[in-house]
Design a binder for this molecule. Structure first.
Ligand SMILES: O=P(O)(O)OC[C@H]1O[C@H](OP(=O)(O)OP(=O)(O)O)[C@H](O)[C@@H]1O
Ligand SMILES: O=c1cc[nH]c(=O)[nH]1
Length: 176
């Protein structure tokens, strides 16, 4: 039987995302040339929340893009007939891109996302933010901003719940 427990509540998640927003501003010395790209699907909601926090802190609207990595995954064959649902309505050329996802695990999703972004142009810099880093990387990828490091076993599953999609905020860990 699966055993599930909450490891991050809504309040803590909100605080973590505020801290990450401040860290992004601190590291980039503000919002000049800054753009945010969320990996679909949950990374997009988190990206929008961080952009909202930045608006509150700096009163600047940072552009947010949505990245669909389906066609760049290494476990399925590339299918050009699959329409990408990415929505990036700005140039990444010369920009500082903050790539955002909910969970960082093997790193394969981020590897695919880096490939996908490259197709949009040559960013000056790509940084990575994740709400949860659960370890077990299979590629040399590390986040620049982390909500919380959660040591896990490979048998466990990390489930991020977001208000926009699930009606509630929180992070659960489930053990088979
Ligand atoms: O580092 P990785 O091993 O690639 O794992 C992390 C990815 O796994 C999850 O997505 P999932 O593929 O479960 O799809 P989802 O975004 O629809 O939840 C999560 O949202 C990350 O994108
Ligand atoms: O536990 C995991 C691993 C990858 N992606 C998730 O969302 N959870």
């Amino acid at each position: 039987m699966a055993f599930t427990k909450e490891i991050i509540d809504a309040e803590t998640m909100g605080r973590s995302l505020k801290r990450i927003s401040h860290e992004i501003l601190e590291r980039n010395k503000g919002t000049k040339d800054l753009v945010i790209i969320g990996i679909k699907s949950k990374g997009v909601y988190i990206a929008n929340r961080i952009a909202k926090n930045i608006k509150t802190i700096e009163d600047v609207e940072v552009s947010v893009g949505e990245l669909d990595i389906t066609n760049y995954r290494d476990d399925i064959e590339k299918d050009e007939s699959l329409n990408s649902t990415s929505k990036i309505e700005f140039s990444v050329e010369g920009k500082k891109v903050v790539l955002i996802d909910d969970v960082l695990y093997t790193g394969r999703t981020v590897r695919a996302a880096l490939d996908a972004i490259m197709d949009y142009g040559r960013a000056n810099e790509i940084q990575l933010a994740t709400l949860i880093d659960r370890g077990h990387r299979e590629l040399p990828i590390r986040p620049d901003y982390v909500g919380k490091n959660i040591p896990t076993s490979k048998q466990e599953q990390v489930i991020v719940k977001l208000l926009e999609k699930d009606g509630t905020d929180g992070v659960l860990i489930s053990k088979k």
